[in-house]
Design a binder for this molecule. Sequence first.
Ligand code: SF4
Length: 463
Amino acid sequence: MNINWPKVLLSWYDGNKRDLPWRESKNPYHIWVSEVMSQQTRIEAMRPYYETWMRLFPSIKDLAEASEDDVVKAWQGLGYYSRARNLRLGAQEILAKQGGQIPTDRKTLESIQGIGPYTAGAILSIAYNLPEVAVDGNVLRVYARLYDCHEDVLKAKGKKLITSKVEETLPSARPGDFNQALMDFGTAICIPKAPRCHLCPLQKDCLAYEKGTMNDLPIRTKKKAIPITVVITLLIEQNGYYLLHKRPDKGLLRSMWEFPSVYIDDYDIVKVAREGESAIKDKKLSIGQTSSGLSKRAFSARLKLIRNEGFDGKQSLVAEEASLYGKSSKREDKKYIKGEPLLLAQHLAYKQLQETCKVMGLELLDFINEEKRLRHVFSHREWQMHVYTVKSRWRDGTAIENILSKQQKGPFSLAIENPIKGAKEVDANLDIGKNEWRWVAPKDFASLPWAGPHGKLTILCNK
Ligand code: SF4
């Protein structure tokens, strides 16, 4: 292989580099933010976020002194919110321990919250022109092809092998440009599927091209299927205000706002289903399950169970809906949990939210419409959201004004029975003393940090 290929790549970069706002200077803070933002996000999609971010938090000091809510709000829509929180924590650490200066050695840099080997390498090479590699998925792919490497790039051995190749080939005079050249080259030419070899300046040097293996590389272990949570979300409106809930201050999307929801993971659905009729005991309740896949007997037995538990006479509506999902032949629809498990999820969610609302003096009357279905995939879990509008009324004629004035003073106190677990217990997330629930008008929605996909539901609310 021609050892001069890095020079060829650099001259390609000189003629083709992308014009990006964070490339206008060598400011390490700009590079840090841009690298964190562009992880798992396309450059075109993150660019406006980057520009807003820099307007809101133009320096490390501004970011360190900003509230978590403001930082998370500026990140809203990019997903993986821990990245935003870590940026803020990292900025606080740099301000407190490094006098606001981003360190210039890898060890100290990697000790800062949220900065891993890739980000450290990018900051050191691009901002300080230090000979440090920045190996991400792009670089693994490009090198695996250039060197026809058949090691699994997601395993330590493959990563180590490629990292040592990158170290070996990194041009000491222009390490930052070389790392950026790899980023641009991997985005424009040596793309994940169907690499554009006909346009490639490295074609002559590429071993995978020579052997015809470029479409088989890189080798990656198949990811395990991630678990699914069925999320039943209710849009509850009273006099132009919507009931919202603040998520707990720990865990996924912590302290962010959502519409009242019940989260039921596959384990709960299967468990509850098995506690029911023996007829469905042995059925596998999984993705792709259709109502027609259940025996007629099982299906009607389940409906009977629901009828007995009480579903306010609306079981037929839900059953109809469940069977509709079961029949859908659309490819996207097939990815949803449907049929029987969905029916159960709806039922359980309704019961749970009904109990919760009762404590607030609100009576839920009926599901009206399924307004939206949407799938949201996190790195470790998928949410399948079913969003309903719900009719409600105050049980004792409470006026919304009274509720709003209470809201000014303090929180609602809630203790609910959790029907999923079948035991009377106080939901830890609804502790007395926490301001967890609020009625909010749509005009004020923009001031809240929304919990991931819940933000997308705000357009369903009457403005
Ligand atoms: S020849 Fe094809 S596979 Fe090889 S580096 Fe170029 S684009 Fe990638």
